[in-house]
Unconditional design. Structure first.
Length: 642
């Protein structure tokens, strides 16, 4: 399939003004475009792909984007194979100028204007990654991001594994396959509906499985993350959605700037320092790392601030009083405890309250019973102020109590352990988390207890993820939590346990592309449901493989004749990269035969279209893909077409 530049050349092929010796006359094309040449505009409108990318519909009128078109045609900065417009330089830019020439900050790096599919299986890491340029290869990107067909569905609950009869919005999901493609497949149904995204991506330490493109490892990581965070933002709920990202010092500070650009600097919530390894990493140089970071962003201004529920133990400890209805509370001094606020700058909050000495009740007016006058004074008679005004003191007078301390009367208010809805009050967290429950060894212990020792290394601790979920979700709103680097499934286990504690009905969606998704992730969560007798379930599905199935066939055979048979299948079913001419391969088949078996396999894998590793949903009826009727039905339900 040709990229957009080839489409343009093909469209202009018969216009001698624009094509000379098969090459685009860029200056003339730009000149005519800026002049709104009628014949050129007609040619552009006649090509669907070009029309979609350079014309915008405003009402019933199509408007030609001359700026984008000129930039596309005139660009001389692209690297070989049209990979990137930014060459080999990392820096901060604004409007195409580096920071030395501008005060606005935007992070720039090689391949920023590209899409990196970024598979993470061992086989994916061996293949050369393709960077699709957003301007020059929009058709390839459109096809790459198209929703994919799902298959191999299974349902799991505390009773075990079952066939899937139906799938709905209310189901918990685990999706195996490339997480970038899985996220784009989730868009149609879940756009704007995810309350919390938590991810623990590769930290780019060179030891964490992120092995792409060593020449541009840092740039590749940034592209890899940018592609995923951009679509993740679309899935978040406006004004409520929050994303939390675990990261260490290797990329934390670049990630912060990248997230400023994607989510908006104004939507940065906080960066939390988490002590996860108090002993420190013994292999580190200079300093022994004992912490990592947790970066929070929102999608727009949040309607509600982040906080967590107080536990029952905290309630018993911090709310020692009990009223006649059995509700726990504590006494909080009504006088503002910050000395910088007082009568001198809060005159409206400096007034007398009156106490009844018999029952310690409080009134804003002097009465026969309320005869003791109390002002908001400090111990040295400094004139402070109340935290409530006269109106609130009158409305909430039943919460006010007088107490005589060291022969001086003070006014207190009752602070209850529950809010008006009957839920435990919440508390604000600090930006440094020291809890022992957040240490790495706690996460290891929890998974070892379920799956056995050494099956999976260094998962996040359950309590750590529960805290994040508690911060950003409500227990009874059916909030959806998404984790698209789900690993062993800690996020799902934490959510299940939290739902059990507060009778919540939160839902989870996990995406995992490593081969252990079924043997570890699915198994762990299913064992948790069985162990804790949880009346819940989840549905497992996989992005349906296409060229990946051919790769599996190639790997299994061991003769040249078998590989030639597979080549005929590849050629027949059009699984080849558009850059490959099969006729040339057939004409030189003797050269193929002279290769070793290993080299023959590598060659066949190299000619496959890496953009067709999975089956697009739009091709679900194509008999070549052999999608079952049951899977077709479930896919239609998943994509909301039935």
């Amino acid at each position: 399939m040709q990229n957009l530049l080839k489409e343009l050349i093909s469209t202009f092929q018969n216009d001698e003004r624009l094509i000379i010796d098969g090459k685009l006359v860029k200056n003339k094309v730009v000149e005519l475009a800026l002049a709104m040449d009628e014949s050129l505009i007609s040619l552009l409108l006649g090509n669907k792909e070009i029309k979609n990318h350079f014309f915008k519909a405003i009402g019933d009128v199509l408007v030609f984007d001359k700026v984008a078109f000129q930039s596309f045609v005139s660009n001389k900065q692209f690297l070989p194979d049209s990979y990137t417009a930014f060459k080999n330089k990392i820096g901060l830019t604004a409007n195409g100028e580096y920071l030395t020439e501008s005060k606005e900050v935007v992070l720039t790096w090689p391949y920023k204007d590209c899409v990196l599919e970024g598979g993470q299986t061992k086989e994916d890491q061996k293949r050369k990654e393709i960077f699709w340029n957003e301007t020059l290869a929009p058709d390839e990107i459109d096809r790459l991001f198209a929703p994919k067909t799902l298959g191999n569905f299974k349902k799991y609950d505390k009773e075990g594994e079952h066939q899937v009869e139906n799938i709905s919005f209310d189901d918990n999901l685990i999706i195996k396959g490339n997480n970038l493609l899985a996220l784009h497949s989730l868009k149609n149904k879940y756009m704007g509906k995810v309350k919390l995204i938590y991810i623990d991506p590769p930290y780019n330490t060179r030891n964490d499985g992120f092995g792409y493109n060593d020449s541009f490892n840092h740039s590749t990581w940034l592209t890899f993350m940018k592609n995923r965070l951009e679509v993740a933002k679309e899935l978040l709920t406006p004004k409520k959605g929050v994303i939390a990202i675990s990261i260490d010092h290797n990329e934390a500070f670049y990630l912060k700037i990248l997230c400023d650009e994607i989510f908006g600097r104004e939507n940065f919530i906080s960066s939390v320092t988490v002590q996860n390894n108090p002993k420190g990493r013994v292999m580190d140089k200079n300093f022994s790392t004992s912490n990592e970071y947790l970066i929070f962003y929102s999608k727009g201004e949040l309607e509600k601030e982040l906080s967590i529920r107080k536990t029952d133990n905290e309630i018993k400890k911090n709310y020692p009083e009990k009223d006649k209805d059995g509700h726990f509370f504590r006494f909080l001094e009504l006088r503002n405890t910050h000395r910088e606020f007082g009568k001198h700058n809060r005159k409206n909050l400096f007034f007398p309250l009156w106490v009844c000495p018999n029952d310690q009740s409080v009134s804003i007016e002097k009465t026969a019973l309320h005869s003791i006058e109390v002002f908001p004074l400090w111990g040295d008679d400094y004139e402070g102020c109340w935290t409530w005004g006269t109106t609130k003191c009158q409305i909430e007078s039943d919460l006010l109590v007088g107490r005589k301390i060291n022969n001086k009367w003070k006014i207190y208010r009752k602070g209850y352990s529950t809010n008006k809805d009957g839920n435990n009050v919440s508390k604000q967290l600090k930006t440094i988390w020291f809890s022992k429950d957040f240490h790495t060894d706690k996460g290891q212990k929890s998974i070892d207890e379920i799956l056995g020792k050494g099956i999976f290394k260094s998962p996040k601790p359950i309590s750590y993820i529960k805290t994040i979920i508690d911060l950003a979700t409500d227990s009874h709103d059916g909030d959806i939590i998404l984790d698209f680097f789900s690993g062993s499934g800690t996020t799902a286990q934490a959510l299940i346990e939290l739902n059990k504690e507060d009778s919540g009905n939160r839902k989870y969606i996990l995406c995992e592309q490593m081969d252990y998704a079924k043997d570890i992730t699915v198994k762990r969560i299913n064992l948790v449901l069985k162990r804790d007798h949880i009346d819940s379930s989840f549905i497992y599905g996989e992005l349906t493989q296409h060229n990946d199935n051919i790769i599996d066939k190639i790997k299994k055979v061991d003769t040249t004749e078998s590989l030639k048979t597979i080549w005929q299948e590849i050629e027949k079913k059009d699984f080849i990269s558009y850059k490959i001419n099969p006729e040339i391969i057939n004409e030189n088949i003797h050269e193929f035969e002279s290769l070793t078996i290993v080299e023959q396999k590598q060659f066949l894998i190299s000619v496959l279209d890496k953009n067709q590793l999975y089956v697009n949903y739009s091709d679900i009826e194509d008999e070549d893909y052999q999608v079952s009727d049951d899977d077709k039905k479930l896919n239609r339900q998943f994509y909301g077409e039935v």
